[in-house]
Design a protein around this ligand. Structure first.
Ligand code: NDP
Length: 454
């Protein structure tokens, strides 16, 4: 085992450390998870439902503690971190109903009885990123456990603390300690071993498209089930016929939430040319009003970036000669602070085409609906987006034309646990959340039972 220092992004100072496991520990964890899964799936559906409700209750009782960990470890504003911990509780409660509801079909056939069963896959590996450690872990482990699987999670190296604590709370609530295990360590060693281990039946990966394609290739020889939630470069499309004040006032929250470290960030604002100047006049004070500062303060709306290397990546998109329209305020260092930044670049600039994953947004004018669709879809990504218009027919036309898995009209809403979430194109493969999520952690078995004629 090696020890890895943890850095507080708001101060740049080390505040703790975590023990990393190695590939051999993954092998050991898979064996124990397989045994725990067999015990779990043999228990009564009502007992599994009750265990997940108890887990939800344990999370609920520790929302403040979990939030405080995320403030220190990821720099999330405390109000956002509390919402994230509460979201884990809600996701667990939602999927706690599934063990007693996951039923197959009886299919009419000649000569007997035909039924289907949704069999759990066995052991599921979940690899999470550093931007939303708690929600993204729960989107995987809650439906996977509900469907009768055991789960191994490899959290991002920078932000493992809340995932470790959630697994402790599961044990505290009465779950078998081997049913939900956390394996902190480097992606290249621990993550890869999880993906290639023959005892892991499915991998759920959230992170960059580059690493996602590596995971997909590594999973292929074992014909593993894979769900990928990858990057985004989502459009916020503002038509002249919308409530322009509302569109401008909310645009910062559509992109600067979590300091822009959000795969659903609406990082390309597209504005109809006839209202472009007025929109920019309205956007400037809205951006200036974003409260950036101490994540522990309840007034804070935006914290620091997660790490020094990530700060450097984001800063590379805003060189001295960048087309900056205006910027908000941010504290000076130490800490990985970056001000909300609005750019007005050319259509083919790399800040328009590449995922920045920071508080940087581009604004481009468009002429008409066809131009808006062409611009919105001119990306390898297809995760999210917003359409602002008061014309219902236009809203529906645009909703069908924009290539993305999750769109909102006159809103920046992205993720609700009871609706499906996932990407088109290179933003991902498969869907998470929604009522059918547990099915993605099962294989369907068909059984025909011949009935003798008398
Ligand atoms: P990665 O995709 O590299 O990391 C995500 C997770 O995958 C981490 O837990 C990481 O571990 C793990 N991992 C890394 N390599 C492997 C591997 N070979 N096999 C299995 N698991 C692996 O993202 P980064 O943290 O490097 O971020 C880079 C960029 O990705 C960001 O700037 C952003 O653009 C994008 N991103 C997108 C996210 C999204 O939600 N769509 C989330 C995070 C990042 P480890 O922590 O050890 O590297």
């Amino acid at each position: 085992m090696t020890t890895h220092d943890l850095i507080n992004p708001a101060t740049g100072a080390a505040f703790g450390s975590v023990e990393h496991v190695d590939a051999a520990a993954v092998d050991d964890a898979v064996g124990r998870a397989q045994a725990a899964q067999r015990r779990w799936v043999r228990s009564a559906p009502a007992a599994r439902a009750s265990a997940l409700r108890d887990f939800a209750a344990a999370v609920d009782a520790h929302v403040d503690e979990l939030a405080a960990l995320e403030v220190s470890n990821a720099g999330h504003p405390v109000s956002a971190a509390e919402w994230e911990a509460g979201h884990v509780r809600d996701v667990l409660q939602f999927y706690a109903a599934s063990p007693e509801r996951l039923s197959g079909q009886q299919i009419p056939v000649a000569g007997g009885l035909d039924v289907t069963f949704h069999e759990p896959l066995g052991v599921v590996g979940i690899i999470t990123p550093w931007n939303f450690p708690m929600p993204i872990a729960a989107w995987g482990f809650a439906p996977a456990l509900a469907a009768g699987n055991a789960v191994l999670i490899k959290p991002a190296e920078w932000t493992p603390l809340t995932t470790i604590r959630l697994a402790e709370l599961a044990v505290h609530a009465g779950l078998d300690p081997d049913l939900l295990q956390v394996l902190p360590g480097p992606g290249a060693e621990v993550g890869e071993r999880l993906v290639t281990h023959p005892g892991v039946a499915k991998v759920v990966f959230t992170g960059s498209t580059v690493t996602g394609t590596r995971v997909l290739a590594a999973a292929a020889p074992g014909v593993k089930r894979v769900t990928l939630e990858l990057g985004g470069k989502s459009a916020n499309i503002v038509f002249a016929d919308c409530d322009l004040e509302q569109a401008a006032a909310t645009a910062p929250y559509g992109v600067f939430d979590n300091a822009g470290q959000d795969c659903c960030a609406r990082s390309r604002i597209l504005v109809q040319a006839s209202v472009y100047d007025r929109f920019m006049e309205l956007l400037e004070p809205a951006v200036a009003g974003v409260v950036v500062g101490d994540p522990a303060s309840r007034d804070t709306e935006m914290g620091p970036l997660v790490s020094r290397p990530h700060w450097e990546k984001v800063a590379s998109y805003v060189p001295d000669d960048a087309p900056v329209a205006f910027r908000g305020r941010a504290p000076d260092g130490p800490g990985f602070w970056f001000p909300p930044t609005v750019l007005t670049p050319a259509r083919d600039d790399r800040c328009v085409t590449e995922e920045i994953f920071g508080p940087v947004v581009t604004v481009l004018p468009f002429e008409d609906e066809a131009d808006a669709v062409a611009l919105a879809n001119d990306t390898v990504y297809g995760l999210s987006g917003s359409i602002w218009t008061d014309d219902l027919s236009r809203a529906l036309r645009m909703s069908r034309a924009v290539e993305a898995g999750n769109l909102s009209v006159n809103s920046h809403s992205s993720v609700r646990f009871n609706t499906p979430f996932g990407g088109f194109k290179q933003s991902g493969l498969g869907r998470e959340l929604g009522p059918d999520a547990p099915l993605a952690f099962t294989d369907t078995k068909n059984v025909f039972i011949a009935v003798k004629e008398k």
